[in-house]
Design a protein around this ligand. Sequence first.
Ligand SMILES: [Zn+2]
Length: 127
Amino acid sequence: MTEQSITYEGSCHCGAVRFRFSGQPITEAMRCNCSICRRKNAIMSREYYPPDRFELLCGVDALSTYRFAPHMVSHYFCKHCGIYPFHDPVEKAEQGYRVNLGCVDEIDPHELPLRVFDGRDSWRYLN
Ligand SMILES: [Zn+2]
């Protein structure tokens, strides 16, 4: 990692799930219009955080997983409070985790510039 690397921590709402990740300072966010993202309405990290920069601190037993075809992604959510803290692509596990920025301590996702990803159709950013 470069010297700019920052470590962030986050949690679900009830605190059963807590996680830590590191990477470049978060200066942008994204949302997506695919069938699940538009229902979750989450503001997410632009980056994926690979397994060596992502650590689940607690809550392995509290996490449940939702998957649907054709994009095999593990959409994790807390069994207790229902919050989605992160997801990862099943077939590209090395890519790591995209994070729900609303779960990250000391980040206000509504203050970040927002990129919109067209996960419904073109699979590209719209802005
Ligand atoms: Zn929870």
